[in-house]
Structures are given as structure tokens and as C-alpha cells.
Design a protein around this ligand. Structure first.
Ligand code: LLP
Length: 384
């Protein structure tokens, strides 16, 4: 962050989310270019960050939207995403949400169970619409990531188990107002091991071969999201490795002629452009430790408390040449309200500004008003 930016922060009430829109644009340019090399379609996963300013920038780059609630569908539409580029996923779509999506003419539902297909069909009949659906498959690929964000291994609430897939496709074909268009795979998030994507391609090829053998041709395959970002070194790798990621699918997945391949990146698009900026309220000496107590808490950024997630923490204003190890914590009345233990920082004092980095994804959207704390506002890179 430049001196001028930090200067500007001094005048703003903390805590707040700060977004570097230039980095967001550059990230989108690279993602769109690399997907475009292989003719892949992108739908930004709105769940990662639904800030309207970000949505407007993302939409300008011509990507679609992946939504998981009626409100996300509405937000995508309000921010200019065309309905024809919106896909809608989730294990628990309410009747009202399904109705909204059908009325607004979204491109495709990603469906996860037999009863959901039945309800979508009934609502489509009542509205005299046809619902295009992709079936989410649980491919049994281990994403080697935190167990809360792994979704592709057997027996969890997501998707159809492989053994039910063919029956589910036939079931769709028997429904009057549902059109089966393809398959959806998503095995987890923050995936940094490229073998996971290779395994996913291999499994998708097997599934596809089996279906083709039974005369079932999917027009679209959706590989979900999952590409990880470098939380340790946000400045050294501000833009995730989109080229290798898409290349892995271009070489690993055997698409049928004319078959569309879709992705739903969330974190990889927005994580690195966001920081949570906070002010040090107190530096408290304990018996063996020193605590830096921030004015931002787990209600503003839940990831460290919920997933033990690492976020790089920087003191933006200390000029001290000496360094200390601090536990960096928030003001919320929970021991879990801790952003990092034994964080090596320059000697820190009350009033210093601190940046918690790589917070653009699953930061602001997961904030709450716990302890009746206000929601942190957002600010954007200079000139915007
Ligand atoms: N598509 C589907 C079906 C998903 O479930 C997700 C994320 C995505 C796409 C986007 O995945 P991404 O590209 O962001 O990895 N709150 C957690 C992450 C939860 C991810 C849920 N699904 C966190 O803070 O790490």
C-alpha cells in the first residue's frame, strides 16, 4: 500500500474493508484471457463477495454469476449481470427462490437432490416455464483442504452420489418442465494442490464415458470453483495461477464436441484485492505474551475463528526498527476472536493502523453484528 493510501486511511473511521479495484481488474483480465484461450465460460461465485462496487467491476469483464440464494440472483441482476449468464446452486432452494429464478429466466439451476428436481418441475409447470438443470455430482475427489470447505468426498449434503446419477438424469427426462443440460462438479475451496484438479478431470472423464455409453450427452460441464490463493505472500502472488489451472482442465478433461465447459471462481477473483483495515486499541502485556487488541473483530472477519485460517497481518504505520511477537486479537467476547498468534510485527502501539490481508473473499460477506457491533463499511482504491 502506498504512503498516500495509508495517509488516506488515517482520516477514515476504522475498521473498514479496503478494495484495490485496479488489482481486481487486472485479476479479471488474466482470468478471462486464460479461460478464453480454451473457450471456457466463467461465472463469478457471488458468495465470495457481493459488494455492489465489486459486482459492477466484475460484470464489466463479461463473466456470468454463480448464485446460491434468491437474494444473490437478485443482486446479480441488479448489478447488471444478464440472466442468461446466471447459474443458481444450493442444496436448500426455497419455493420463493426457485420462482424468482424461473421468472427472471436464469440460465441454469445446479440441482442437488430428487425432491428438489420435483419441486423445480412443479413450480416451472405453474409458471409455464422450462427449467434447465445441471446435476451436481459428488465425484469422490479429496480436495486436501480444510474439512469445512471440502465438499467432493462421499456422503455429505452436496450433490448426487455417483451411483444415483444415471437415475437422476432419467428422472429429469421424465419431468415435463425440466430440461437436463449437464453436470456440475465442485470439490472444495482454497485448493492449492494441482493434482486435485487432475483427479477431478479423470473422474469427470470416467463419468462422461459411462453416460455416453448409455446414450446420455451433457451439453455443459461445470467444474465449480476452488482455485486457491497465496495467503502467505499476497504481494508476491497477487494474481492466482489461472493459466495453469485452466490448462489442467484443457488437457485433462476430454470435452465432447460442442460441449461447453464452465467454471465458478470466487476466491481466486476477489481474495487478494481486499484488506481489512483496523486500528490498534490497546497493547496489553500478559504473563508470557503481548496482545495487540484491534478495533476489528471476528464479526468483521470470521475466517480465522471459524477455519483457523491464516491471514497476513501488517502494521502500516509503525516506524520502529524493532520487532516483537504479538497475539493479534479483536474486541469480541470470545477466545476465538483471534486473528493470529505470535505474529511478528514491528513494535506496535495504540493508534497504529493494521492491515489484515487477502480478505476480499469470504470476508465482508460473512460479517455479522455479533455483540451488536456495526458492520464495517467499505472503501475503494484512490480516485474511485
Ligand atoms: N461453486 C460452488 C458450488 C461452491 O460451493 C463454491 C464455494 C464456489 C463455486 C466458489 O469456490 P471458490 O472459487 O471461492 O473456492 N467460506 C469459506 C469458503 C466456502 C466456499 C463455499 N463454496 C472460506 O472462507 O474459506
Amino acid at each position: 500500500m502506498t504512503t498516500a493510501t495509508i495517509q488516506r486511511f488515517q482520516e477514515l473511521k476504522t475498521p473498514f474493508y479496503y478494495y484495490d479495484l485496479e488489482l481486481l481488474r487486472e485479476t479479471l483480465r488474466v482470468a478471462v484471457r486464460e479461460a478464453g484461450r480454451h473457450g471456457f465460460h466463467l461465472h463469478y461465485a457471488v458468495k465470495a463477495n457481493a459488494n455492489p462496487r465489486l459486482l459492477a467491476v466484475i460484470r464489466e469483464h463479461g463473466v456470468g454469476a454463480d448464485c446460491v440464494s434468491g437474494n444473490e440472483v437478485a443482486a446479480a441482476l441488479e448489478n447488471g449481470f444478464p440472466a442468461a449468464g446466471i447459474v443458481y446452486a444450493g442444496v436448500g432452494k426455497s419455493d420463493e427462490e426457485i420462482r424468482l429464478a424461473l421468472e427472471r429466466g436464469i440460465s441454469c439451476f445446479n440441482c442437488e437432490s430428487f425432491p428438489e428436481l420435483e419441486v423445480i418441475n412443479d413450480i416451472a409447470v405453474s409458471l409455464d416455464k422450462i427449467a434447465r438443470v445441471a446435476l451436481r455430482v459428488n465425484p469422490g475427489v479429496d480436495a486436501h483442504t480444510h474439512h469445512y470447505i471440502t465438499t467432493g468426498i462421499e456422503e455429505n449434503k452436496f450433490g448426487f452420489p455417483l451411483r444415483d446419477l444415471e437415475r437422476a438424469i432419467r428422472y429429469c427426462q421424465g419431468l415435463s418442465n425440466v430440461e437436463w443440460s449437464g453436470l456440475h462438479f465442485h470439490v472444495g475451496s482454497q485448493i492449492t494442490d494441482p493434482t486435485v484438479f487432475r483427479d477431478l478431470c479423470a473422474r469427470a472423464n470416467e463419468v462422461q464415458r459411462h453416460l455416453v455409453g448409455h446414450g446420455l450427452l451433457a451439453t455443459r460441464i461445470n467444474f465449480g470453483g476452488g482455485l486457491g490463493v497465496d495467503y502467505e505472500r499476497p504481494d508476491a502472488s497477487p494474481i492466482p495461477g489461472f493459466a495453469d489451472y485452466f490448462e489442467a482442465f484443457a488437457t485433462g478433461f476430454e470435452a465432447l464436441p460442442g460441449q461447453q465447459v464452465h467454471f465458478e471462481p470466487g476466491r481466486s477473483i476477489v481474495a487478494q484485492c481486499g484488506s481489512l483495515i483496523s486500528r490498534v486499541l490497546y497493547v496489553k502485556k500478559g504473563t508470557d505474551k503481548e496482545f495487540v487488541i484491534l478495533d476489528a473483530g471476528m464479526n468483521d472477519l470470521l475466517r480465522p475463528a471459524l477455519y483457523q485460517a491464516y491471514h497476513r497481518i501488517e502494521n502500516l504505520t509503525s516506524t520502529s526498527p524493532d520487532r516483537e511477537a504479538y497475539d493479534v486479537v479483536g474486541p469480541v467476547c470470545e477466545s476465538a476472536d483471534c486473528f493470529g498468534k505470535a505474529v511478528n510485527l514491528p513494535v506496535t502501539r495504540r493508534g497504529d493502523l493494521v492491515a489484515i490481508r487477502s480478505c476480499g473473499a469470504y470476508g465482508e460477506v460473512m460479517a455479522s453484528r455479533y455483540n451488536l457491533r456495526p458492520l464495517a463499511p467499505s472503501h475503494f482504491s484512490s480516485g474511485e
